[in-house]
Structure formats: structure tokens, C-alpha cells
Design a protein around this ligand. Structure first.
Ligand SMILES: C[S@@+](CC[C@H](N)C(=O)[O-])C[C@H]1O[C@@H](n2cnc3c(N)ncnc32)[C@H](O)[C@@H]1O
Length: 372
């Protein structure tokens, strides 16, 4: 960690979006991290944000990113970084995607000059923050996982323009789906616990009504050969009347079903990325329940589900999976993913993402790509 480095040479200010421009063309920045309600996660956020920013730097930033490191300024944790050129408008938009980004500053000697962030927010952020329940995946972490997965896919350079399709095949009450909506994407979920699907449908209905957004939310049976094989929640929405009128709508589809049967519900190649937080295989310490799905054993669940999931992924798509490494070691997850035909992504941004959640849970992340 670098402590209060405020004595570097001051670059002259200029540049788009208020980004300062150094005489040698370089610029130093400091990214202030959002305070997190979760103390344990907040303590690890600077390290995770460094990895995430590095992945953005490697895959989409134009400005040439280097020297990413934790810096403390005025007692607060920032992620400091240098760029070969000042961040341009697109670069600032990408940095704004970083899951814990709160405010960005160009460093000018001892001073910090604000650079306005432009976070992807197609809807009010209470779409993400209102739902609270035992077993919810941390929303900042969910965004990190979505970012790293999209960045690993062949859609990385289009992540801000294209209406991608995100599948969470273990979607709980929709944290990933809601994050996908914020990005302007479509979302598909599969969840075995009917209570979660019900609660998600109720939340979406109430939230969309309260925001006075034009929408439809319906729950219908899915039948195959006259037998009911699942229930399906379908929601369509747009962030404004004009968007709705113009057909600029988004869809969320959630199946109440066993994810090992995903191929019976969905067409091959239906999604660009799969982003999911696997069951941790333990009962949460302070909270009372782990979810009651057909499979509580994450290893058996993944072994039974992965082949189907991979078929649902488009070529060049990526899968981002988080899991409890106390229960399923990373090496086993890597073997399962490779056996299913995926290539695990490694290198800056994708290694060292393991972090503590609570006494029984150390959450790790593996991202893997389907060949093009
Ligand atoms: C770690 S939780 C995901 C929580 C979710 N990200 C959220 O924030 O609400 C894992 C989810 O997998 C579900 N699950 C477990 N086995 C399943 C199966 N065989 N098919 C579908 N869902 C399953 C559980 O019910 C649980 O909701």
C-alpha cells in the first residue's frame, strides 16, 4: 500500500472529462471506493477493485493503465493508477463500471481534481439495494463478477452498447438479473426455490409500479408434452415511456426449475454470459438458513449442471462463477470447467480474487471462456 503520496510532480490540467494531462502525456488518478454496508467486504474491496480495474485496463481502456495500487489519502482507501494518456470519455465510462467506484480524481500534486463518473444506471439504484434477505449475494460483488465475465467474453468491447443476455442459472431473488437490467441487458434466471421466484416477482411488480414505469410481469406454467415442467416469470420493462414506445425494452425471464434441467427450458446459445454465485454448501453463521434447493452440495450440482449451461452459452461467451473454496477447492472447479470445454481465464485481474465472507465461507471466483 502507498501511504499519502502527495509529493509527485503536478501535471498541468486539461483534457476531456476534466482529466488532467501530464507534460509527459501521463496522468495519475485516485479512485475513491464506495463505503459498503458489509464491513468484511469493505476491508477487502481495495484489493478486489485493483483486480477489476486491471481487467478493464487490459481489455477496454484506451489510455494505457499501469501502477494500480492501493493508496490512502486523508485516511480513506483509494485505488491509485497511472495512465499513459488522460482518460477519454469512453475510458471514464468504463472506470465508472468498476463495482466499488464512488468518485474519481485526477491527482495534481497534493490536490485532487474531480472527474465526473458516469455509472451505468438505466434505472434508480434502489432496484439493487432494496431487496434484503438471507443468502443474498453482495451487490457490489455481483457487479464485479458480471464485469469480469463480460470483459473476458468476446463482447468486451461492446459491453456499453450492446443489449447482452446474462444468464444466472442459480439466481436466488435476482441480484444478478437486477444488475443486468441496470446495465441495459436482458436477464434470464433459473431458481429451484419457489419462494425466491415468488418474492422476486412480487418485488419487481411493486418496484415497477412505484416507479411508474410501463411494464408487464406475469408468471405462467411451462409445459412440455402437456406436462408442467416449470413455472416462468416474465417481466418486460423500459426506463421511460419514450423508451417503451420506441421498443427499447428489456426482458427478465426466471424459471422456477432445477438448473440441471436448463437445456429443457432454454435454447442453445441463448446467452452471452453466465454469471452465478454457487451455493456455499454451509449454513450461514449469523443468518439462519442456507436456501433449500434440490442440491445443497455445490460439487454435485456443478457436475450435473455445467454441460447444460455451456450449451446455453454463445461461442466466445464467458462464464463467471463464485463458490466457497472451503467446500469446493478451486482446482476442482477448474477441472470441472475444463472438462465442460471451457478455457479458464488467468492473469492480471482474474487471479487472487479469493476473499473472506464469514467464518465458514471464503469466496473465490473463476472466469472461463467458451471457444469462438
Ligand atoms: C448463493 S445462492 C445465489 C443467491 C443469488 N445470487 C441472490 O443474490 O439472490 C445459490 C442459489 O442456488 C439455488 N439452487 C441450489 N440448487 C439449485 C438447483 N439445483 N437448481 C436451481 N437453483 C438451485 C439456491 O436455491 C440459491 O438460491
Amino acid at each position: 500500500m502507498i501511504e499519502d503520496q502527495t509529493t509527485r510532480t503536478s501535471p498541468r490540467s486539461a483534457g476531456e472529462d476534466g482529466a488532467g494531462e501530464g507534460g509527459g502525456g501521463g496522468q495519475e488518478y485516485a479512485l475513491l471506493l464506495a463505503p459498503s454496508a458489509n464491513r468484511v467486504y469493505a476491508d477487502q474491496a481495495p484489493r478486489l477493485a485493483q483486480a477489476e480495474l486491471t481487467a478493464f485496463g487490459d481489455r477496454v481502456l484506451h489510455a494505457g493503465l499501469r501502477d494500480v495500487a492501493e493508496v490512502r489519502l486523508g485516511g480513506l482507501p483509494y485505488v491509485g493508477f497511472r495512465t499513459a494518456r488522460p482518460l477519454d470519455h469512453d475510458d471514464v465510462a468504463y472506470v465508472s463500471h468498476v463495482s466499488s467506484a464512488y468518485a474519481l480524481f485526477a491527482r495534481e500534486g497534493a490536490l485532487l481534481r474531480p472527474v465526473t463518473l458516469t455509472p451505468p444506471a438505466r434505472y434508480d439504484d434502489d432496484l439493487i439495494t432494496i431487496p434484503k434477505y438471507a443468502g443474498k449475494t453482495n451487490e457490489q460483488f455481483t457487479r464485479l463478477l458480471l464485469n469480469l465475465t463480460v470483459l473476458a467474453s468476446r463482447r468486451a468491447a461492446e459491453m456499453r452498447q450492446r443489449q447482452l443476455v446474462v444468464l444466472d442459472p442459480l439466481c436466488g431473488r435476482g441480484t444478478t438479473c437486477n444488475q443486468a437490467l441496470m446495465y441495459g441487458y436482458d436477464a434470464i434466471g433459473i431458481e429451484a426455490d419457489g419462494g425466491h421466484v415468488e418474492a422476486y416477482a412480487t418485488f419487481l411488480r411493486t418496484w415497477l409500479r412505484r416507479k411508474r414505469l410501463k411494464h408487464t410481469v406475469e408468471v405462467t406454467p411451462v409445459r412440455r408434452e402437456r406436462k408442467r415442467v416449470a413455472r416462468k416469470l416474465t417481466a418486460t420493462m423500459a426506463p421511460s415511456r419514450d423508451a417503451h414506445r420506441a421498443g427499447d425494452t428489456q426482458q427478465v425471464t426466471v424459471f422456477h426449475a432445477d438448473t440441471t434441467r436448463a437445456r429443457e427450458l432454454l435454447k442453445a446459445g441463448c446467452c452471452d454470459v453466465i454469471v452465478t454465485d454457487a451455493p456455499y454448501g454451509v449454513v450461514h453463521g449469523s443468518r439462519t438458513t442456507e436456501w433449500a434447493g434440490p442440491s445443497r452440495n455445490p460439487r454435485a450440482l456443478l457436475a450435473g449442471a455445467l454441460d447444460g449451461w455451456v450449451e446455453l452459452l454463445r461461442r466466445g461467451g464467458a462464464l463467471g462463477l463464485s463458490f466457497n473454496s472451503h467446500v469446493t477447492p478451486r482446482t476442482e472447479i477448474v477441472t470441472l470447467l475444463e472438462r465442460a470445454g471451457l478455457s479458464v481465464v488467468s492473469g492480471p485481474g482474474y487471479d487472487g480474487l479469493s476473499h473472506r465472507v464469514d467464518q465458514g465461507i471464503t469466496r473465490d471466483v473463476v472466469v472461463a471462456r467458451k471457444p469462438t
